[in-house]
Write a protein that binds this ligand. Structure first.
Ligand SMILES: Cc1cc2nc3c(=O)[nH]c(=O)nc-3n(C[C@H](O)[C@H](O)[C@H](O)COP(=O)(O)OP(=O)(O)OC[C@H]3O[C@@H](n4cnc5c(N)ncnc54)[C@H](O)[C@@H]3O)c2cc1C
Length: 431
């Protein structure tokens, strides 16, 4: 039944799922970055596996491209493919939502109450962007100068707003951690500021970065280079400012500000342009499940990515409670580890030991059009560059790193990661 992960048409991909109950050797919840990468990494090792991917979405997004859409560099179309096009050949695609987990029964329940059983389960439905946690935001997103690179439809609005603004106040927000790609809120800001600088508008635009947290970037080694850009663009940093409401008509944004003594007050700011990054949580059906930790994320061992209570369940990608940067770059390294460990669990790997993920994540900070500060780090914020410093010094702005982001990483994603090639994915496999 199964063919290679890398070649051929997805023969079974679009077949509708009609059976009442079904059983698969491996079930993957979510066909995003992590789900497709894990499936193809599994098939690259054992092409004969019986795998089902459950995902109701019609399309698959390359979300790291949305920063470039918001900066006018990529078109939105470059960041999306149909789900059928990325579904690996030989995998059964169940076009449905998972509603609940029943780990004791080795089963997941779909939203129409059908039950799917598994021997090994991989959980990777990403995270929930909670737009509604900010009062008034959903009503005005995409209008009144309000935009967000965190949504496919809105990212092109960012570039339209940036080009239209010639004077006034532009506010960029960042919600409390954890969020996916923690650098993306400020990437949007730097690319906007760079455009305003080059078009002569910067002197007439006040830029504010309103961050719910207390630092510009979580890994200190990259902060000096970023601060040089903050100063060069004249950006005002407002730490401990958490966006709670937007009034699009009045063009005001309301923040809860936390003082050094912990006291909170409310600050209302007028804006001409507002780039919002929404609060982010684990999806509801994960939060309410036996797989969740105290705050809702899937509770896995940070090295093996195996669930702490259920031996035949793994999680990777944004939904896992690991402390790495929630990025596609992290998934690139996690997918081969999960693939191996699932096969070990099935007794289908000669190497019976569980492999370890070291927390690698990466954040290419687009500090100007043509230059990137390439943050790469492991658990604990340990700096971990892929390239020698004479080629790319991650702590300094680099035009080669920009070429990597613009030209290499999209290909690496579509043709490498999503096809089980595991380029730039090698880890020191500690056991
Ligand atoms: C603006 C922006 C910029 C970014 N920049 C970068 C960057 O520069 N570098 C980088 O490495 N990363 C970046 N990222 C982060 C990266 O895109 C994510 O970390 C990555 O996509 C996570 O993969 P995932 O599979 O966990 O989640 P996703 O790719 O979001 O996929 C989740 C999938 O699960 C499905 N799903 C959801 N609920 C259910 C359910 N109930 N049942 C079944 N399926 C379900 C969804 O339909 C979706 O297909 C960026 C993200 C954004 C938004």
């Amino acid at each position: 039944m199964n063919t290679s992960a890398t070649g051929g048409e997805p023969a079974l991909a679009a077949q509708p799922f009609r059976i009442a109950d079904a059983t698969y050797e491996i079930v993957i919840v979510g066909g995003g970055t992590a789900g497709i990468a894990a499936a193809t990494s599994l098939l690259a090792r054992r092409p004969d596996l019986d795998i089902a991917i459950i995902d109701a979405a019609d399309v698959h997004y390359y979300q790291p491209g949305w920063t470039m859409v918001g900066g006018g560099i990529f078109t939105p179309e470059e960041t999306v493919r149909t789900m059928a096009a990325v579904m690996p050949a030989g995998v059964r695609w169940l076009k449905s939502h998972v509603a609940a987990f029943e780990p004791e029964r080795h089963a997941v329940v779909l939203d129409d109450c059908r039950v799917v059983h598994y021997k090994q389960l991989i959980v990777c439905p990403g995270l929930k962007l909670d737009w509604d946690m900010i009062e008034g935001l959903s009503e005005t997103l995409g209008r009144n100068g309000v935009t967000s690179n965190y949504q496919f439809q809105s990212a092109p609005r960012t570039w339209e707003n940036v080009r239209a603004l010639r004077s006034g106040r532009a506010i960029f927000t960042q919600p409390p951690m954890p969020i996916k790609c923690a650098g993306a809120p400020q990437k949007a800001m730097y690319l906007a500021a760079d455009h305003w600088k080059k078009s002569g508008a910067l002197n007439h635009i006040d830029i504010e970065f309103c961050n719910a947290g207390g630092v510009l970037f979580g890994v200190a080694a990259y902060v000096p280079a970023l601060m040089e850009y903050i100063e060069a663009y004249g950006i005002q940093l407002r730490f401990n400012h958490n966006l709670v409401a937007v009034d699009g008509g009045a063009r005001t944004a309301t923040f809860v500000r936390t003082g050094a003594d912990g006291a909170k007050d409310t600050v209302v700011k007028e804006f001409d342009m507002l780039h919002v990054v929404p609060p982010q949580t684990a999806p509801n059906f994960v939060r309410s499940s036996p797989l969740a930790d105290a705050v809702g994320w899937v509770d896995v061992d940070p090295a093996t990515l195996r669930h702490k209570s259920f031996e035949n369940i793994f999680a990777l990608g944004d939904v896992a409670n690991t402390t790495n940067a929630k990025t596609a770059a992290a998934v690139r390294k996690q997918a081969p580890v999960v693939a191996h460990n699932v096969l070990a669990g099935l007794g289908k790997s000669a190497d019976k030991r569980l492999h370890h993920y070291n927390g690698y994540g990466s954040c290419p900070l687009t500090v100007e059009r043509g230059k990137i500060v390439l943050a790469e780090f492991l658990y604990g914020g340990k700096v971990a560059p892929t390239f020698p410093s004479w080629l790319i010094d991650g702590t300094r702005p680099s035009s080669l790193a920009w070429q990597l982001k613009q030209r290499v990483l999209p290909k690496l994603y579509w043709e490498g990661m999503l096809k089980g090639h595991e380029w730039l994915a090698r880890l020191e496999q500690e056991h």
